[in-house]
Design a protein around this ligand. Structure first.
Ligand code: BES
Ligand code: MN
Ligand code: ZN
Length: 506
């Protein structure tokens, strides 16, 4: 979708569908007031007759108003005036964008920038508009041979309407939104591709293509031989059961002097997770093609970061492999040696994410990172704990956890912190090796994080379990692009916060 900024008054904007906000209790927004006046009170009369109450996210479409240039006006409810939190604005913006995408209008105009939001400026509101419109217009048709007639095409263009004095602010928001939207769409595309196409090699090819588009990004990929030499026995043990060779994808973005320690993002890239010998039930196993969404999200965040040219150094690492059963696959009870030298008893081959991430976390140490953040569709237990509303956040460094929580709130891509107490790590004791790869039924998301924490000690580290947020199931099945929004917001925030926090004791 093409985005632009317009300073035209609402009644004179030409568009297939123009969005204007209304508060509960007949309290108009400036755009709504001007549309009502231009239509000689027709808009208000229709809205009243329809019994529209302006609850947050509710909407009503009014066609062909005399005195209004747009073909239709979409009145969007904003709830009671004066209670607009960023989270509520996000909810309203998402609802409005979904409604526009369903109208079949060829072009959209957005005048919800005149709704006051606590602590947020027009740049932020413009950016949110672009992200939400892009999210709603997203289609995944790469694998279709025939057009999908059941879905109306989304608008091809959208303009963000603001008062003349705010043009630059809005344009800045649109530029940021566009970059983040591109990162989100890339992550969704990679996630939605089937496992037979999106293999570790394919994922590496896409990362390489990204580096080709951005001179500030360098690509490399470690192959099996290199992993063997580095002693990544844990990552390699997962890849053993597949004919697809594993890759450790590396993207290095340079936006600051070399002396600046990088932010390292690590994304789980299991391109298909059958469970291995501890095989999963078949009912929804197709969804395990999404098990590389962590990798897709760090690649998507890199796309946005490089497009924005952020003054930071950022590294994305994506260990990528398939988890399949085979004569050569790992078996329950097998013991593998990690790059860190620690031995792991593989009691369940379906707990493979932590087995590839631990070696990637050890590899991350060579960058002497400022912080390390891993993103992984790690546990079904996290889906049970938090559902689709928040990603699970775990960290050994509270200032980093706080920064990520704030970034998630700000970006409409929330996380919720869970504990990492020593008591949980007790569950990972093994009778035969240094550690077991599972910790029993209780607190499955926490014991998985505790396993990773053992490989991140001495680093400022956080882990995002996105098993519940990275994709939707059922009728709306598909990758969401989360947590690209959160990651991008964190990176943007880091360009502002100059202060660094001291490293934790190892
Ligand atoms: N990729 C899965 C996690 C997952 C499962 C995400 C279902 C979303 C929905 C992961 O590799 C896995 O299989 N985890 C196991 C761990 C268990 C064996 C300790 C799980 O959650 O069942
Ligand atoms: Mn698994
Ligand atoms: Zn998995």
């Amino acid at each position: 979708m093409e985005f632009s900024v317009t300073a035209t008054d609402a009644p004179r904007i030409r568009a297939g569908c123009l969005v204007a906000g209304a508060f509960e209790g007949r309290d108009p927004t400036p755009a709504y007031r001007s549309l009502d006046a231009a239509s000689d009170g027709r808009l208000g009369a229709i809205v009243r007759k329809a019994g529209f109450r302006a609850g947050a996210g509710k909407h009503l479409r009014v066609h062909a108003l005399d005195g209004v240039a747009a073909d239709s006006v979409l009145v969007v409810g904003c709830g009671p005036k004066g209670a607009m939190t960023p989270t509520r604005y996000h909810k309203i913006a998402r609802a409005a964008a979904q409604a526009i995408a369903a109208t079949g209008a060829r072009s959209a105009a957005w005048s919800l920038g005149d709704v006051e939001v606590d602590g947020r400026d027009l740049e932020w509101k413009s950016r949110v508009a672009v992200e939400c419109l892009n999210e709603a217009a997203y289609r995944f048709d790469a694998m279709r041979g025939e057009a999908d007639d059941d879905r109306v095409p989304p608008p091809g263009r959208a303009s963000i309407a603001v008062a003349r004095a705010y043009r630059n602010e809005a344009a800045a928001g649109v530029a940021t939104g566009r970059a983040i939207a591109a990162g989100v769409s890339l992550a969704r595309d990679l996630g939605n591709l089937p496992g037979n196409i999106c293999t570790p090699t394919y994922l590496a090819g896409e990362a390489k293509a990204l580096a080709g588009r951005h001179p500030s990004v360098r690509f490399k990929a470690l192959d099996e031989a290199r992993m063997k030499r580095l002693g990544m026995g844990s990552l390699l043990s997962v890849a053993r059961g597949s004919r697809q060779p594993p890759r450790l994808i590396v993207l290095e973005y340079r936006g600051a002097p070399r002396s600046h320690a990088p932010i390292v993002l690590v994304g789980k890239g299991v391109t298909f997770d059958s469970g291995g010998i501890s095989i999963k039930p078949s009912a929804t196993m197709d969804e395990m093609k999404f098990d590389m969404c962590g990798a897709a999200s760090v690649i998507g965040a890199m796309e946005a970061c490089a497009t924005l040219g952020l003054p930071l150094n950022v590294v994305a690492l994506a260990p990528a492999c398939e988890n399949l059963p085979d004569g050569n696959a790992s078996k329950p009870g097998d013991i593998v040696t990690t790059m860190a030298g620690r031995t792991v008893e593989v009691l369940n081959t379906d707990a493979e994410g932590r087995l590839i991430l631990c070696d990637a976390l050890t590899y991350a140490e060579r960058y002497k990172p400022d912080v390390v953040i891993d993103v992984a569709t790690l546990t079904g237990a996290c889906v049970i704990a938090l559902g689709a509303h928040a990603s699970g956040l775990f960290s050994n460094h509270q200032p980093l956890a706080d920064a990520l929580l704030t970034a998630g709130e700000h970006a409409g891509d929330r996380a919720w912190q869970m504990p990492l107490w020593d008591e949980y790590a007790e569950q990972l004791k093994s009778n035969f090796a240094d550690v077991a790869n599972i910790g029993g039924r209780e607190a499955g998301a926490v014991t998985a994080a505790s396993f990773l924490a053992k490989f991140a000690s001495g680093q400022r580290w956080a882990h995002l379990d996105v098993a519940g947020t990275a994709w939707r199931s059922g009728k709306e099945k598909g990758a969401t692009g989360r947590p690209v929004g959160l990651l991008c917001q964190y990176l943007l925030d880091r360009t502002r916060a100059a202060d660094r926090t001291p490293a934790p004791a190892a």
